[in-house]
Write a protein that binds this ligand. Structure first.
Ligand SMILES: Nc1nc2c(ncn2[C@@H]2O[C@H](COP(=O)(O)OP(=O)(O)OP(=O)(O)O)[C@@H](O)[C@H]2O)c(=O)[nH]1
Ligand SMILES: [Mg+2]
Length: 384
């Protein structure tokens, strides 16, 4: 097996990686944790990850943490597992800021993180880093859809397999967005997760209200060894099919008006047009997120379930005459169909609101077969 390049750190840096399915709340939770850690006087950096360039998450984290001076880097065109060398490159950039803690968010369609990323890091960079427990986030809607099979989905069984593998490799399972649930619902979902994963710690958290967050952070900062749960077995053919059924679209769109326009109105219009089309095609949504940036400000809108209401960011922007719209869609739809849906929505925006809409970049594809270069099921089996 190839050996990754060397990396030097002046101190041991704690790695907090948090995975979980598309839209489960990873970015929001990591940004909230980072804010808390900075408040405690710790130096933090974050690495985002996506299958393509033009990530919403990088913009969102920068907007959320910009004033705190938290460095944010990204690994694109593949998950951390498959882009291990690029992950090390980006970690090195963050290390230049001398962080105490480096946080990472693997892309939501990723699993086998411990074998593909954590173990190689432990083997090759053991003295430089220590892993905090690896957390997997799940929200209640996805538990009902993919674990309990109580709600309708068009996602095939392979996606449920991927979702379950994400839970299986967690040290800690986080039931996210607990503010949306009644106490008895929280109890029910925690019990379901505990029953399926009796040896794991399961916590309910809300990044929005802060409920459960300090308990989670205590675990992450404890001396408990992390990223210890290696998947004993993962059928890569099934995993690859789970990713391949997703249409994955990242676009950067320049929007100009003859006079200033309201970014929230544009976001709402494009979101509604795409969601209506996805409803008509009966396509399940993993996550549809759009970020508008103009005048040095960003705001965003998210849809994590096709039949849910889209959610706006708390940050708002003043009206602008020009802005960039980043669209990230992960949907159970063939890439060509998804691309047509998005292009049609943008054309309608231009026609209805008299805006000039120019697509600067648009990538639409299904994620490639995962092929992690340093996959190691047992840390002891590699070079020391
Ligand atoms: N009510 C509520 N909503 C939340 C919470 N955390 C995240 N969300 C919302 O859930 C949606 C998805 O959140 P993200 O943090 O982008 O999720 P993610 O897991 O990073 O998504 P991907 O990176 O696309 O997989 C957004 O609309 C968030 O505002 C929470 O604690 N409470
Ligand atoms: Mg995210």
């Amino acid at each position: 097996m190839a050996t990754p390049r060397k990396l030097k750190t002046n101190k041991t840096v704690r790695l907090i990686f948090t995975g979980g399915f598309l839209g489960s709340g990873k970015t929001t939770a990591l940004a909230a944790l980072a804010r808390d850690l900075v408040r405690r006087g710790l130096r933090v950096g974050i690495i985002t990850n996506d299958q393509s360039a033009n990530l919403a998450d990088t913009l969102i984290v920068r907007q959320m943490l910009g004033e705190l001076g938290v460095p944010v880097e990204e690994v694109v065109k593949g998950c951390f597992c498959c882009k291990f060398d690029e992950l090390i490159d980006q970690m090195e950039k963050i290390l230049a800021h001398e962080p105490d803690i480096l946080m990472g968010e693997p892309v939501g369609s990723c699993t086998d993180f411990v074998a593909a990323v954590a173990n190689p890091i432990k083997i090759h960079y053991g003295k430089s880093f220590v892993f905090a427990p690896f957390s997997t986030m799940v929200d209640a809607q996805r538990v009902r859809e993919l674990l309990l099979k109580e709600t309708a989905t068009t996602f095939p069984e392979e996606v449920a397999y991927l979702f379950n593998k994400q839970l299986e490799e967690a040290d800690i399972i986080l039931l996210s967005k607990s503010d949306l649930l009644r106490p008895e619902q929280i109890e029910r979902y925690l019990a379901v997760l505990e029953e399926k994963h009796p040896r794991k710690e399961v916590l309910a958290v809300s990044a929005r209200t802060g409920a459960g967050m300090s308990r989670w952070l205590d675990r992450l900062l404890s001396s408990r060894p992390g990223a210890e749960t290696v998947l004993a077995q993962l059928d890569y053919a099934v995993y690859a099919r789970a990713e391949a059924v997703l249409g994955w679209l990242n676009a950067a769109v320049r929007i100009r008006g003859d006079k200033a326009f309201a970014p929230a109105g544009v976001l709402r219009t494009v979101m509604a047009a795409i969601r209506d089309a996805l409803q008509a095609k009966n396509a399940s949504v993993g996550h549809l997120k759009m970020v508008m940036t103009g005048g040095g400000q960003s705001m965003w809108i998210n849809l994590t379930h096709r039949d849910a209401e889209p959610v706006f960011s708390e940050t708002r922007m003043a009206d602008v005459a020009a802005a960039t719209l980043i669209i990230n869609a992960r949907v159970h739809l063939a890439p060509d169909d998804l691309e047509a849906v998005v292009r049609t929505a943008l054309t309608a925006l231009e026609a209805a609101q008299g805006l000039q809409v120019e697509i600067e970049d648009l990538q639409c594809f299904s994620p490639a077969y995962p092929d992690p270069p340093y996959l190691t099921r047992s840390p002891a089996s590699g070079p020391q």
